[in-house]
Structure formats: structure tokens, C-alpha cells
Write a protein that binds this ligand. Sequence first.
Ligand SMILES: Cc1cc2nc3c(=O)[nH]c(=O)nc-3n(C[C@H](O)[C@H](O)[C@H](O)COP(=O)(O)OP(=O)(O)OC[C@H]3O[C@@H](n4cnc5c(N)ncnc54)[C@H](O)[C@@H]3O)c2cc1C
Length: 420
Amino acid sequence: MVSDQDYSGFRILREGLTGNRGWRPAWRDPDPQHAYDFVIVGGGGHGLATAYYLASQFGEASVAVLEKGWIGGGNVGRNTTIIRSNYLLDGNQPFYEFSLKLWEGLEQDFNYNAMVSQRGVYNIYHSDAQRDAYRRRGNAMILHGADAELLDADQLRAECPFLNFENGRFPLLGALVQRRGGTVRHDAVAWGYARGADRRGVDIIQNCEVTGFRIQNGRCTGVETSRGFIAARKVGCAVAGSSSRVMQAAGLRLPIESHVLQAFVSEGLKPIIPGVVTYGAGHFYISQSDKGGLVFGGDIDMYNSYAQRGNLPVVEDVCEGGMTLMPMVGRARMVRMWGGIMDMSMDGSPIIDRTPIDGLYFNGGWCYGGFKATPASGWCFAHLLATDTPHETAIAYRMDRFRRGAMIDEKGSGAQPNLH
Ligand SMILES: Cc1cc2nc3c(=O)[nH]c(=O)nc-3n(C[C@H](O)[C@H](O)[C@H](O)COP(=O)(O)OP(=O)(O)OC[C@H]3O[C@@H](n4cnc5c(N)ncnc54)[C@H](O)[C@@H]3O)c2cc1C
């Protein structure tokens, strides 16, 4: 159904000719009602996507998203915009491939230009052993229906001639490439899901902080907020870096630590980097935005923190990684840097599950890879909330896997959240 508020080339032309008087705000600013069927805590990418799919896929009409700040103020607007499905393990690969497929049709689905750009993700390898590990990962991806390609050094040089092949600290021997990976404009994802959810009747309530949960006889009956009590049949929590603190209010202790991750953007330059390039001998990754800025980052700050800003040792570490991989980055002037709080789980993989409290559901543990998961996370969380059964691609993301010893440890670094 095409409505008057659909975005299209024709609409832009018509509005342009009639003084742009027909546009309305992308979403409403409603007061909270006393009760909803579903209350989603957290208006980040995952919370908004959950509400959008609850309405669009599961026909749920009574849904609210409660956001303590403003839409796009959390990690959904702070990340480095990379999407990919280059995972090895069975628990992860189908989920992230599902997400990548949803990205591929997202703009048409929610009628918003999110600048989905499948410009490719290059993971560089630096030793024979690392090449073998990447080959294995690529084979696992292909077996699950994703795309993967292994480049040797000459092929990599042909596509990325700006890399330091001559005298880097570690040799550049080639790369595992996922051509369908790439970048998406992060704010537009938040705005697109918010607008899409709002148009389907979801109330998006900003400046509404959840301060507690009302729990009676083991059942969650609603949330206490800075704007009063709101009753709900089911409450879904998707607050990313604030997960431990918010769930503590329900008496739950999570296998999650919070750490800061920083991002950096340079001045605008002419196009030079074809896709996303990651350094395999340290932690550094880089891409170029459509405006020309080099967007890059690296490791998390190693201590626990809820501050949305980082510290200088990681800045130095990231810059060292960049300088050894492509020394020309040292000539670019940095114009912006910021931090976001990462909900680092014990095995580096997420949790989408019910909690021991009836009616209370949890989505989190996204570490620094949750942006690419946004569509699948929203879909799977909506599936769980609506049907009380996990979606087939998220079956492994149960909370009790840590007790059962069924960790999904993609990196093999053990129960050390700062290393995932
Ligand atoms: C620097 C950086 C780079 C990154 N790069 C990538 C990348 O390239 N690719 C990738 O896949 N991932 C990346 N990530 C990770 C990704 O951004 C996150 O995993 C993902 O955005 C988290 O989900 P979200 O969007 O729902 O989080 P958020 O946007 O943080 O949403 C959570 C929301 O909950 C709200 N909230 C918290 N407490 C309450 C409360 N009590 N009541 C109501 N609301 C509350 C917050 O205000 C926030 O808006 C990066 C993150 C950072 C910081």
C-alpha cells in the first residue's frame, strides 16, 4: 500500500514543486499510555528493530519503545557501520547471514535510504597458519550459503595498492574477502526503523528512563519509569551497554561486562579505500565514508566502564596499527573521535532469551559487533516475544549456555570478555 507519507523520487518532485509543505515528522512524539502488550526498553537499533518486526511480521498493535535519551544517541549512532557475516561457528554463522540478507532488502522494506553499501570486507592474513584458519572460516561461510573468497598477496595488492607491502611489521600475504559485506549509514538505520515502527502504530517514547521492574509472584507486570509506571504483558530489554545495570534492577546478574570502544574519523579525502580493511596481526580496521572521511578503530579499552569516552593508550594502539598497515594514514588529519559502551559477553556471542522472571525477556551481549546484527536481532527478539519460542537462527543464544558449557567462542579466547 502506498501512502501519502511514502518516500520516493516522485514524492520529492511533488513536494519540491509545492513548497515542501507536505512533509511530516518521521515519527510522532506520543505520551506513554498506561499499558501495552509489549514494552521494549531501549530505543537503539535492536529495540527499534524489535518493535518494527513485532508490528510488521507478527501483527502486534500494542507496542511501546522506551528510550531514556534520544533515538540514535546510543551505540546505534556511534559504531563504525560495518556489516558482514564472516563467522565460523554454527551458532553464529546462520544468524549473521540471516541478518545480511535482511540488510540487502531493508531499504525497500522500511522505505528509507539507509545507504546500504556492499563494498566488501577484507580480512588480511599475515602467516600460513592464519591463511589456513581464514580458509576454514571461508569454507564454513560457503557451506552456510554465504559468500567468501581467498585472495593471495598479488590479488590483494591489485585491489588495495595503498597497503604497506614493502616493510610492514608483519607481511601481508593475502585476505579473506566477503564481497557482500560493507557499510550502512548507522543513524539512518535508527531513523528508518523508528519511522517504520511508528507508521505501524508503535509508540516511541524518548526521555523515558526505565528505573525498575514491577515483579509480582515471579512475573513482570510492567516497568517503573521517569514518566510513571507502565504496565505490560511482556517486557523486552535491549539496552546494549547498559544491560548489567538495567537487569540488576530486576535482580538478575548477567555474564556481561561493559567496556568502552572508540572510533575515529579523518578529514574528507578523495576515494581511496574500496571496502572495509582489517589488520590481522593486531586490532585495526578502516573504511571510507561516502563523504570521504577515513573511519577507523581497534581494540576496546581494557577496563570496565560506563563512560562514553575512551583513553589515550588505545588511541596510540589504534594509530600504531594503522601506521604499520598503511603509513599514508599518518598524513590524514583526524577530525572526530568518540566512545560507546560495549556489552561484552563471556564468549563474545550475544544472548536472546527469556529470563527466569515470567514476562521479562533479554537481548544483549553484542560486544562490538551488534550493528550488523540489528535486523536479525530485532526479528529474532520479536519472534521470541511474540511466540515464546526462539527463532531457528538464534537457538544457540540461550542464557544458560555458560552454565551448560556450550559457549560460542568465535575467537577461542575463553571467558575473557576484554579479549573477544
Ligand atoms: C565505536 C564503536 C564502533 C562499533 N563498530 C561496529 C561495527 O562496525 N559493526 C558492528 O556490527 N557493530 C559495531 N559496534 C557495536 C554496535 O554499535 C552495538 O553492538 C549495537 O549498536 C548495540 O545495539 P543497539 O543499537 O540497540 O544499542 P544502543 O544504540 O546503545 O541502544 C541501547 C539504548 O538503550 C537505552 N537505555 C539504556 N538504559 C536505559 C533505561 N534504563 N531506560 C530506557 N532506555 C535505556 C540507551 O540510551 C540506548 O539508546 C560498534 C560500537 C562502537 C561504540
